[in-house]
Design a protein around this ligand. Sequence first.
Ligand SMILES: [Zn+2]
Length: 316
Amino acid sequence: MSNFPRFPSLPKELRLRIWTYCLPHRFVELDHPVPDHIFSSALPCTHFTDTTFINSRPPLITQVCREARQVGLETGAPLEDIFQPGRPDEASFCSGTSIQAPWLDRTKDAVHMNWSGALEPLYGSDGDMISSLAWDAKYCTGVASLRVEFFDDNYHEAGSVDVPAALPEELKSLVDKPLSARLAKQIQNFLSLPMWLVVMDTVVVHSSRQAAAERGLFGLLGDATVQVIDVAKQEVLHGYYDAAGLAERLQVPQGVPSDGHKFESIAKIREDLEYVLMNGYGCQEQLRHMQPAVMFRLCTRDCNTIAHANQQSLSR
Ligand SMILES: [Zn+2]
């Protein structure tokens, strides 16, 4: 260990590689999550927005030294400063929950939006969310995610058309037309990316930043506080649930052989997504481009105790 050179004495090329390695891989939220719309029961975290704030700031290494800052600035910038030539008007979206200029690294980050139509009456919005999100995803790593509640709108709209089953085909297509134009555009955008992650569940992991960094679940330095994990990555998923103290969610029910049944609930999650998409769009075309996922959020505050205490005092 005594022969280990001081960091500044390492060759510059090696130092830059180490700094680059320390950059977080984030799911950058482009709008604020609204906890009341995410959790139907008691909120598991009293500092929910802290997670969003840290995740939208420049990476930690940009505060270490000039050299590290330069590495962070090479591929990252506040989103509104990024010049995106040719961005069409239709690929813009803003709402009362939009985040102003979140930090985005075009080589490392994916983009996420929490928006759903249920927020419209309170916060309002303007533009086409899916076109906008697809554009931002193509600008960075090509990965986008959204909440499953986004599709509720389509479901309700489809339901309100109320086409009688006995209606002749030509009339069905007339009734369906205004609906299909909007949804067809969405499907076109969904097909323009290889994969969209659809957040089916949100879990808060309470842990110190150091402990989180040691586990490597939220970036090497614990500054990638929002992660969206594809349910197909079962072992990875298990690691996050374990860190949240919720490993039992993915455990084998007692008496069931573990082979092939270890993540039984995952199959259910996939079925739920297929059901939502089929009801909303009435076709399977975009299913191949959709993957159910779980969002994990790191909170470094001691909310478990507070939330638990609040819950207890409320139940008295
Ligand atoms: Zn918390």
